[in-house]
Design a protein around this ligand. Sequence first.
Ligand code: UDP
Ligand code: MG
Length: 325
Amino acid sequence: MVEPILTIVVPCYNEEDVLSETVNQLNEVLNNLIEEKLIAGQSKILFVDDGSKDKTWSIIYKESLKNNRVHGLKLARNVGHQNALLAGLVAGKTSSDCVVSIDADLQDDVNVIREFILKFKEGFDIVYGVRGKRDTDHVLKRTTAEAFYTMMQKLDVNLIYNHADYRLMSKRAIGELEKFEEVNLFLRGIVPLIGFPSTSVYYDRKERFAGETKYPLKKMLSFAFEGITSFSVTPIRFVLLVGFLSFFTSLLFGSYFITLKFIGETETGWTSLITSIWLIGGLQLIAIGLIGEYIGKIYKESKRRPKYIVDIDTYNLTQQLTERD
Ligand code: UDP
Ligand code: MG
């Protein structure tokens, strides 16, 4: 078998503190794999700058001048981790047989890439990196992440437990991924839907090498909410169920009070009245809010806006390079 060409895609948002080290480590991995004849010499690393406000792009640019295996894709503005990743996968696919996506912060063990390649050579189109231990993650992050994965499983969303976006995808798998036209991108949910032969590789997650997480609690919660509402209509069904329940309960109470009146024992006071008004009002607001969430999604999807816009691409050399920032 001829060695496959690999591209490692790294989405970066304000990662100036860690980037040089990331380049070094990934470059070493790439060189070793090429030396071992596991991958072809044309293999590359592609950094996607997701509209960073710091020196991220100039670091990528300088590294690409020093090392012809390092390339950069500069997005015109910040479009978020998922869209930036997609931009990298789509660009990477054009000149490679498989693409590995990894975060810039070196939390995911770069040595696992070797195992990804071995699995790819066995014939798997998708190889998921699964976090075995998460001791190094903050307690809050760990518990919220675990709650998230459990909930997604309960909602019947096909997710790989404890897998984030560290994975290998073959060229043809990315080709299929491109056919998913949704704007609310949640790759962890979409990739398993492709259905090509897939397997998992386990590793331990480390601490961020440098810099801060780009997913503070607020962003994390909104990401989880996106994931749920993009992949499951169970919450909306649940609201319907609660609606029915409260409707029948109120019928029951209603008939009870009417019966009391006929017996001559009228229930006095307005407490019960107010309570039920608040209860029903609250339920209605929740229901409307949730329906609004889904309608909002339809609204966004219907616009079919581009998910990202490429500014500079050193990978496919479509543009003359100029150093900026
Ligand atoms: N990232 C990005 N765009 C964003 C936010 C994050 O490209 O708007 C990148 C970030 O640079 C990193 C990866 O996505 O490479 C994951 O982010 P981070 O490590 O901060 O998330 P965590 O590991 O804390 O969940
Ligand atoms: Mg991280």
